[in-house]
Each structure stands twice: as C-alpha cells, then as structure tokens.
Write a protein that binds this ligand. Structure first.
Ligand code: OOG
Ligand code: NI
Length: 489
C-alpha cells in the first residue's frame, strides 16, 4: 500500500491549491472566511438539514477550480495529472454557443465519480480547451501562429507526468514522491511571473479575452477556486457588506421554498493584478491584468434528463420574459438566463439555510425586503420571473420530485430516500461566469463555419473515456436499490 492513497493526495492537492490561491488572491480568503461563517450559522440552526446534501466536513473542504488549456496534448497531459488523484473527465460543455457571449472553448469537468470517493473529497476542476480551428473566431493565419506558439510551450514537466503515471498505476504514492507531486502540481497552476508579449496578447484579445488568457502566455493558471456554501443569498449579502462588489446575479435556479436543484453560483470580478509585459521594442514594463477571480456556489439535487429538460426550458422562458419586459437592463448581466436571489435573501443575514430539506424549508420566497447592495432592480426582476416559473413547473417536495422522475435519489434498506447531490456544472452558468469577467464580448463571425468539436472529439483529445453525468447518477441510484433489503442493516 502506498503511504499516501489516491483520495489523500486529492484532498492534499485541493488544500495546497487553496493555500496558494489564498496567498496570491486576498479576496479569495475573505470569501472563504464568509463562507465558513455562513456554513457555521446554517449548521448551528439545524445540523440535520444542513447536511442533507453532504456532511459538513465534505462541504467545508469542498472546492472546484477552473483551468484553461491550449491543445489536445495539454488536455491529455492534465488528464494524467488528475487521474493520479482520482479525478476523471465527466460531461461535455460547448461554451462557443452557450449564453449570449462567444467563448472559443469546449470543456469538461474532472472529478471523482464513486460515491465514497466524492464523500471523502469531491474536488473538481472545470477544464477548457481553446478551439483555434473554429473559423468563426480565428482566421487560418492566426490559427497557424497560435498553434505554433502553443505547440512550443510545455506546461506539465516530465517529472510531474511520470509521478502522475505512477500514482495512477499504484493507487497513490510514497510520502517523498507525494510531496514532490504536490509541489510540482501546485506550481503548474500558479500565475507565472514571465513577461507577457504585449503585441501577441493584444492581437488575441481582439478575438477574445479568453483566447489571450490561454494562448497569449506560455503557462496556465488556476483562474478561480470556488468554495461551497449552504446559503448563497446570505453569503452574497455579507460579501457586499464587506465592500466586495459581486456580479449582479446568482446564476441558476432561484431562491424559493421548494427543494434546491442543480447549482447556484455567483462571483466577484477579477481584480487587477500587476503583470510584467514585453513591449514591441523589447522593453519590460509593469501593467496589470484581470485574470483571477472568486466564485462561490450552493449545490442542490441532481436532476434526471426529464428534470433537466424542465430546468433548461424554465431558464429559456425566464430569459425571454426578461427580454420582453420593458426594462432593457433586465436582460443585461444574465447571459446564462441565471437570476439573482438577491432581493429575497437580502434581509437574511442570519445564515438561514436555503436548502429546503424535503421541501419544507419554511422560508418565505416572497420576503422582498430592501434590495441594498445585493443585485440591481433588474436582477431582482429576473429573480421574480424565475420564482414564478418555479412555482408553476417544479414540485415543492423531494417526494414529488422523486415520484415524477425528475431528480435522483438513493434509498436505504427501509426505502428512506436521500437526495443525490449534483456534482457537475451548467453550461449557461459557466458561460455567464466567463462573460462576467470579460471586458468585451469578443468577435465571433457567425457567417464562418463552426469547427465540429463534440464529446467524441474531446474524448479523443483526452485519450480517455468521457463519462456521462446522467449515467453516473442513474447508476448510483440503481446501486442503492439493488442492495438486499433483508439481512443486517
Ligand atoms: C470556467 C467557467 C466555468 C463554473 O463554475 O461554471 C466554471 C472558466 O472561467 O474558465 O468554473
Ligand atoms: Ni467555477
């Protein structure tokens, strides 16, 4: 048995990245402090309800990160590094057409898949790869220069890849190797001090800030780390009270008095950080770039395909209604169709739990209250529209969600039902997170042909199976039902 097992290596890596990010991005530390405060308050109020979607230990350690890579080769290499810590690619996200922004990437999420591994540490990383072959974004000339640049850089050292291979084959590492793995892997995702080539970066920025972030430099970096919070509305208000400007909306489902499903997310904008640039005449100057930001999320119950179809339709309808309403800015800031929970939650600074166990949360979704710093009037309106749709379209209890086949549950020997937590991402919300950090929407020429990049292409680039999230939830649910109902409990 290796000294450090796969899951311990994963937990240690998540901690190590979080420590690094906290040192480098102070607002992230504030976010962690506030998330801990909110989670303690929610736990104190009702420990059983607070832990309905995961133990407090899991939730406290829980993070997701996001990275952006340039080539299929880099993607296959990062798959080896994540494979070393028990994280596998799940799901295909096409951000080129999600939401109203044009983002030249396709993505997957690396995460543990087995229920016991998720319970030990559910660290996940949203991982995107640039699409230089998509003519709507890149000319043939720019594609050639970009691929040449990306082909020359080396992000993952041979030593890190060798250690990764060994860790995956042996189910862990000896302690000295584990330490070396953690230090090399963490350093790979730090922001590099290397000067940025200004002309090249600017040329790519004209296509998209994301293209420049990925292809304008010879390294990669973690661009956000996201803690999980048990009451995202309370968190939003407390961050605002501390003077940190959040984006307008909490994306995803609304705050309401039924069961929380899928994922609600919000973020603060990337802060300007000093960066060295090389000018066209070879001079090194210091300027700033906004590339690292902070995000927070609340997780709900995983939806079945039927439930997800209902969710997607609700988001589309909400977006159309916001557009049709006479407030022009009711649609701005909601590229995902995601709506804010700001108004309903703005009075609620007591950390009251927003995950309604069994749909009996008992909070008033119609609370209203002062808007304060949390969200604009337009965001409040978007939230109201969404709540109306939810009240009409979504059942108010877990039992009904289950009976209608809309969400996944596991069952114990006495058939008591436990919700299965959503472990993945939402493409529209992800597009919104990208977009909230772009100063302009980039240039996408829709008269040009899109490159065909689908889940099969991504699996080929990864050199691994790409897992389907619905299959994973369904298997978990079925496994719980298949257990013998007789015998010792
Ligand atoms: C990834 C954005 C997606 C999320 O939580 O939806 C994401 C990125 O900005 O690279 O992290
Ligand atoms: Ni994120």
């Amino acid at each position: 048995m290796p000294d450090v097992a796969t899951w311990e290596l994963r937990a240690a890596f998540a901690r190590s990245l979080s420590d690094m990010y906290g040192r480098e991005v102070p607002a992230y530390t504030t976010l962690l402090d506030v998330a801990h405060e909110v989670n303690s308050d929610v736990m104190a109020a009702d420990p059983a309800a607070a832990q309905r979607l995961g133990s407090i230990d899991r939730v406290t350690a829980e993070r997701h990160g996001a990275i952006r890579l340039g080539t299929p080769q880099e993607l296959s290499q990062v798959a080896r590094v994540f494979g070393a810590i028990g994280m596998y690619p799940v799901g295909f996200y096409d951000l080129r057409d999600a939401g109203s922004s044009a983002i030249p990437v396709v993505s997957t999420a690396f995460r543990p898949v087995a229920a016991d591994e998720l319970a030990r540490n559910p660290f996940r990383v949203f991982t995107s790869v640039l699409t230089p072959g998509d003519r709507r974004f890149f000319s043939a000339d720019l594609q050639a220069r970009l691929e040449e640049f990306l082909g020359r850089r080396r992000i993952f050292s041979p030593e890190l890849l060798a250690l990764s291979g060994r860790a995956e084959a042996d189910g862990g590492l000896g302690s000295a190797d584990a330490e070396q793995f953690l230090s090399l892997a963490t350093a790979t995702f730090e922001l590099s001090p290397e000067p940025v080539d200004r002309a090249w970066y600017t040329e790519l920025e004209r296509v998209s800030a994301v293209a420049a972030d990925i292809g304008g430099v010879a390294s990669t970096h973690i661009n956000h780390l996201t803690p999980r919070v048990l009451d995202i509305d309370a968190l939003y208000e407390r961050m605002s009270a501390r003077g940190i400007t959040m984006i307008e909306d909490i994306q995803g489902p609304p705050r309401w008095d039924g069961p929380d499903v899928l994922l609600r997310q919000t973020s603060f904008r990337a802060l300007a950080e000093p960066r060295a640039f090389r000018t066209p005449d070879g001079e090194i100057v210091t300027d700033s770039l906004r590339v690292r930001f902070g995000e927070v999320e609340a997780r709900g119950i995983a939806l079945t395909r039927a439930g997800r179809a209902r969710y997607d339709a609700a988001i589309v309808e909400a977006r159309e209604r916001a557009e049709a309403s006479n407030e022009p800015d009711a649609v701005a800031g909601a590229p995902s169709g995601g709506m804010a929970g700001a108004a309903g939650g703005s009075r609620d600074s007591t950390g009251r739990r927003s995950v309604a166990a069994g749909g009996t949360g008992g909070r008033s979704a119609e609370a209203g209250g002062p808007v304060g710093a949390a969200g604009s009037a337009a965001a409040v309106r978007r939230q109201e529209i969404l709540r109306e749709i939810w009240a009409r379209d979504f059942p108010r209890t877990e039992a009904e969600l289950d009976a209608e086949g809309l969400a996944y549950f596991s069952y114990d020997a006495s058939d008591a039902r436990t919700p299965i937590v959503y472990e993945d991402f939402l493409p529209a919300s992800a597009a919104g997170i990208f977009a909230s950090n772009l100063t302009d929407r980039g240039a996408k020429d829709s008269t040009q042909e899109a490159a065909t990049l689908d889940a099969d292409w991504l699996a080929g680039a990864l050199g691994r199976d790409l897992l389907d999230p619905f299959d994973l939830y369904a298997a978990q649910s079925e496994a719980s039902r298949a257990r013998p109902t007789e015998g010792p409990r």
